[in-house]
Every structure is written in structure tokens, then in C-alpha cells.
Design a binder for this molecule. Structure first.
Ligand SMILES: C[C@@](CO)(OP(=O)(O)O)[C@H](O)COP(=O)(O)OP(=O)(O)OC[C@H]1O[C@@H](n2ccc(N)nc2=O)[C@H](O)[C@@H]1O
Ligand SMILES: Nc1ncnc2c1ncn2[C@@H]1O[C@H](COP(=O)(O)OP(=O)(O)O)[C@@H](O)[C@H]1O
Length: 286
């Protein structure tokens, strides 16, 4: 490894709950979501600092991520370069290990990792407001991925507060069917300014109660688009003895939660046998 190569993990995010409050006049939906990050499902991003930005993508999901020039890594780098005069960029290398268009925010995690690398390469403080501005421009999920720590996410995704969450042993299951986020939000059928029919959840006493009693308001719409998600939810519920199962983000990844890491690992083995060809990981969410 070159001595000046900088390296960041880009962990997948999971929406433990995702409540949609309504649709704003700008077309985006107003959210309230408890977000956590996976210990064992992450992309890897490196930066070799240099004068001009470039990106090479490899790994099992490199093809699915699409052309390099449309990659969120470069979008984030451009957003920061527009705010920091003389920003030193360089050659990024992305190892794409998280499924794409999966409700796991892989692209957002990569964009956030790019901002962290550029901050390191340019001596910017982690709380430099230009990082958060560039993250918000790069995508709704990028701000929460900047710190990659459990948080409550509100608004379009830009209002964040840290949450203390006991690590959650979990299994993640993806049917290898990409689902476009915009399609799922559209399928909710809300007009600009519209509110959800289901009432906004009352305040929960703590994250544990929210995980137990909360919802993912995108689940039904996503299942209509990709029935495999319904099959995934049933599979986790019927095969694993988990204490709860739900979809992450706009899908198609679903997750089950367990009392212990051993139980999550056992569940992952059972699901791999029951659903060959699907992506299965056991992990701790925190
Ligand atoms: C649903 C969530 C939940 O964490 O995750 P994913 O399923 O994508 O992982 C996010 O809100 C997704 O964030 P992200 O994937 O960054 O979305 P963006 O690129 O900003 O927007 C993609 C499209 O989704 C819709 N969108 C996104 C966020 C939001 N609060 N309201 C929306 O209506 C818009 O149609 C937008 O054009
Ligand atoms: N680094 C990246 N990784 C994954 N997808 C990317 C990336 N950059 C751009 N994209 C595009 O963004 C879209 C959403 O990607 P992703 O973040 O994986 O979705 P989700 O948040 O639903 O898991 C993909 O369809 C892909 O074309």
C-alpha cells in the first residue's frame, strides 16, 4: 500500500424505523427515522491525494453501481470542491461490497467516506460546516452517514441527533432485486403538501421501545413494487425466531433482530440455506 494512501470504511445503514410524516412542497418527504450502522457490511474507499479527482470501482457490486462519473463519491467531492477553495482531491478507489439500490445507503456511505477522506487530506476539522453542506447536496442520506453512528434523522435527512443504542444483533437479507428509492416514495401517492393517513407515532420512551413499536411506512409500497420483499419478511419471521423483522429504507433489504450475536449468526446460516442466491449477513447494528 502506498504510504500516503488514506482509507475509510463506508458501513451500510439500516433504518430501524422509518416514519413518513408527509410530503413537502419541494416534493421531498418529511421523515422521522432511527438509523443505525452495520459492523460487518461495508464498502471500502481509499484516496491517494493528488491534484485532480478520479475514481476506480471494483468488488462484487461494482457493475451495479453504474458509471464512475455518476458515482456519489465524485458528486460529494465536487460538492466540497465548490465550497473549499483549492481543495486537494486525488484518486479514489472504491471496493463495492454492499448491494446497490438496497435500502442500505451504500452510495450515501461512499459519498460520506469521500468527504471524510477529503477532510483528512485537507486538514479540515470533522465539524467543519462545509462538510455537512456538501453531504446535504450529495443526497438525503449522506449527512447521517458522515458520522456513521446511531442517530435520529428528521426532515429530508438533514436534521440529526445522536442516539444511545444498545448494539443490536441482526441479520440482513436482500433478494438481489434493486429497488429505486424514488419509485417507492412515488408509490406512496402523496401530493405536495399531503400528510400520511396513518398518524405520526407518539414519542417513544427510548430507542428500544421505538424499535419494538415503530414502523417502516415505505414497506407496503415497496412490497407492491418488489414482491420479493414480502417473501423476505416472511422468510426471516418464519425461519429464525427473531424478535422482530422489518424493511430498511426503501428496500429491498429486510432485517431481523436477535438477543445475541450467536442467534443472529445461526439465523444467517439458516437463511443462506433457505434462500440460495440472496445476500445474507449477520452483524451488529450500532
Ligand atoms: C429512503 C431512505 C431512508 O434512509 O434511504 P434509501 O432507501 O434510499 O437507502 C432515504 O431517505 C433516501 O435517501 P437518498 O437515497 O440519499 O435519497 P436522494 O438521493 O436524496 O433522493 C432520491 C429520491 O427519493 C425521494 N426522496 C428522498 C428522500 C426524502 N426524504 N424524500 C423523498 O421523496 C425523492 O424522489 C428523490 O428524488
Ligand atoms: N457509490 C455508489 N454506490 C452505489 N450506488 C451508487 C453509487 N454512486 C451512485 N450510485 C447510484 O445510486 C443509486 C442508489 O444507490 P444506493 O446508495 O446503493 O441505494 P440505497 O440507498 O437504496 O441502498 C444506484 O442506483 C446507483 O446507480
Amino acid at each position: 500500500m502506498a504510504p500516503h494512501l488514506l482509507r475509510e470504511r463506508a458501513p451500510a445503514k439500516v433504518n430501524l424505523t422509518l416514519h413518513v410524516l408527509g410530503r413537502r412542497d419541494d416534493g421531498y418527504h418529511e421523515l422521522d427515522s432511527l438509523v443505525a450502522f452495520a459492523g460487518c457490511a461495508a464498502d471500502l474507499l481509499t484516496l491517494e491525494p493528488g491534484p485532480s479527482p478520479a475514481l476506480a470501482v471494483s468488488g462484487p457490486f461494482a457493475q451495479a453501481a453504474g458509471p464512475e462519473d455518476g458515482n456519489l463519491v465524485l458528486k460529494a467531492a465536487r460538492a466540497l470542491a465548490a465550497r473549499v477553495e483549492g481543495l486537494r482531491t486525488g484518486r479514489f478507489a472504491l471496493t463495492k461490497r454492499v448491494p446497490v439500490a438496497a435500502g442500505l445507503g451504500g452510495g450515501s456511505a461512499d459519498a460520506a467516506a469521500a468527504l471524510r477522506l477529503l477532510a483528512r487530506a485537507n486538514g479540515l476539522a470533522a465539524d467543519d460546516p462545509r462538510l455537512m453542506e456538501a453531504a446535504t447536496e450529495a443526497g438525503s442520506d449522506v449527512p447521517v452517514c458522515l458520522a456513521s453512528r446511531a442517530a435520529r434523522m428528521a426532515g429530508r435527512g438533514e436534521r440529526l441527533s445522536p442516539v444511545t443504542l444498545p448494539p443490536q444483533p441482526a441479520v440482513l437479507l436482500n433478494p438481489m432485486r434493486p429497488v429505486a428509492t424514488a419509485d417507492v416514495f412515488r408509490a406512496l401517492g402523496l401530493a405536495a403538501g399531503g400528510r400520511m393517513a396513518a398518524p405520526a407515532p407518539a414519542a417513544f420512551a427510548d430507542p428500544t421501545e421505538e424499535i419494538a413499536r415503530g414502523r417502516n411506512d415505505l414497506e407496503a409500497a415497496a412490497v407492491r413494487i418488489a414482491p420479493e420483499i414480502g417473501a423476505g419478511l416472511m422468510l426471516v419471521a418464519s425461519q429464525t425466531g427473531c424478535r422482530g423483522v422489518r424493511m430498511s429504507g426503501s428496500g429491498a433489504t429486510v432485517f431481523g433482530l436477535f438477543e445475541t450475536p450467536q442467534a443472529a449468526r445461526r439465523a444467517a446460516r439458516a437463511l443462506s440455506a433457505a434462500a440460495p442466491g440472496w445476500w445474507v449477513r449477520s452483524t451488529l447494528l450500532r
